[in-house]
Ligand binder design. Structure first.
Ligand SMILES: Cc1cc2nc3c(=O)[nH]c(=O)nc-3n(C[C@H](O)[C@H](O)[C@H](O)COP(=O)(O)OP(=O)(O)OC[C@H]3O[C@@H](n4cnc5c(N)ncnc54)[C@H](O)[C@@H]3O)c2cc1C
Length: 348
């Protein structure tokens, strides 16, 4: 970690436009989609996915968000899709199509109504990343019994996209707005897998390790930029600066080891390992990476000072993005609900 940073003192957090342009040019979305086997597993290739997600997060967290959602969607189609949907996915990846998973319900949640001659969608989703960039989304929709059914839906209609509610201090470029499904008819081939498959573990809650890998990339980039600033300003060797950097390295390494552990446990488990423990470890990984990231961001601000708040300083945009992206659903519940499993499986 520290060696990487010293070898790349000029590392810069790029603008979303630059990062996204390079990702499109290099076929990053296609390459990541093809890491998954036809059955939706990664096996030892989880390392390559982790590296791609970390790199994307370090380059620009908005790009990392899109790439993570795309990987999640590809895995769901591979896991639960039929032969026709698998063939569709191949073509979509070939065309460098970007996919997403839009689960967060809007004020009027997405639902399905039976109408004469078929089924029709109502309501919509919010925090739907990649509006205008994601072409198809995997969308979980609850039935009357509360059970979730996945749908694979085209989401490119600009008239259904609403970015007006996405006015945030960071991650603005992730374009995470509302999408209305009001009046969309459910066509054959849109339903993905059976009722309830979405919540199957280890890939539902356990999949959070991917998000933690992107956060890790952002955290490491912030540390690298802090080091670069201290080197350039001749302040690196002041003992208090070095001490702070030492603590930041401890946080970054800790986060890295948790992410590596979770990725392997979820995607390439050993025979003796249990799914509940892998899922709990992935959940706690999210919490540990959040804590490490908050600590590193504070260290970066204290070490660099006012310059880190200048609007055109890459630290400012990286910290703003990571501060927003770290806010994921219900961290308190994760800490409480996974505590017992973490204790029972602590030796695994
Ligand atoms: C950049 C970004 C992109 C996103 N993109 C997508 C996307 O593409 N698709 C998608 O589906 N979602 C997306 N999301 C949304 C994400 O999945 C979560 O829905 C969202 O981040 C939840 O954040 P929150 O702060 O509202 O969580 P909350 O769960 O509201 O947590 C806020 C605080 O309240 C606490 N809390 C939660 N519930 C309770 C309760 N009942 N009582 C008391 N306290 C409680 C939590 O522990 C926490 O302290 C995105 C989010 C971000 C930040």
């Amino acid at each position: 970690m520290s060696a990487d940073i010293l070898e790349q003192p000029k590392i810069r957090y790029r603008t979303f436009e630059a990062a996204f342009g390079s990702a499109r040019e290099s076929g990053l979305f296609r390459a990541v989609g093809r890491l998954y086997s036809n059955e939706g597993t990664l096996g030892p290739d989880w390392v390559h996915l982790m590296d791609r997600l970390r790199d994307a997060g370090a380059t620009n967290l908005n790009l990392g968000r899109l790439l993570e959602g795309h990987a999640n969607a590809v895995q769901l189609v591979r896991l639960y899709g039929d032969a026709g949907q698998h063939a569709w996915l191949e073509k979509a990846l070939e065309a460098d199509t970007i996919l997403g998973v839009w689960g967060a319900d809007d004020v009027f949640p997405a639902r399905v109504e039976t109408v004469a001659g078929g089924k029709m969608l109502k309501g919509g989703k919010r925090y739907a990343s990649g509006l205008g960039m994601v072409a198809h989304a995997v969308v979980p929709i609850a039935g009357d019994d509360g059970q979730l059914q996945l749908y694979l839906l085209p989401v490119g209609d600009p008239a259904r996209q609403d970015l007006s509610a996405w006015k945030v201090g960071g991650m603005q470029a992730s374009a995470s707005g509302r999408y209305s499904f009001e009046g969309v008819s459910v066509e054959p081939g849109m339903m993905l897998g059976g009722v309830g498959v979405y919540k199957r573990e280890p890939f539902f809650e356990g999949g959070i390790w991917r998000c933690a890998a992107v956060h890790l990339g952002g955290l490491e980039a912030i540390l690298a930029m802090t080091v670069a600033h201290l080197e350039a300003s001749g302040r690196f060797d002041h003992p208090l600066q070095t001490e702070r950097l030492g603590h930041a390295i401890l946080h970054a390494r800790t986060a890295r080891l948790w992410v590596e552990d979770a990725g392997r446990r979820i995607e390439d488990p050993l025979e003796a390992e249990t799914i509940p423990f892998a899922v709990a470890a992935a959940s706690y990984t999210r919490l540990q990476v959040e804590a490490s990231a908050l600590a590193v961001m504070e260290i970066a601000r204290r070490s660099v000072g006012l310059a880190s708040f200048e609007r055109d300083h890459p630290l400012e945009s990286a910290i703003a993005d990571l501060s927003v992206y770290l806010r994921q659903a219900n961290p308190d519940a994760l800490l409480l609900h996974k505590c017992r499993t973490m204790l029972t499986g602590l030796g695994q």
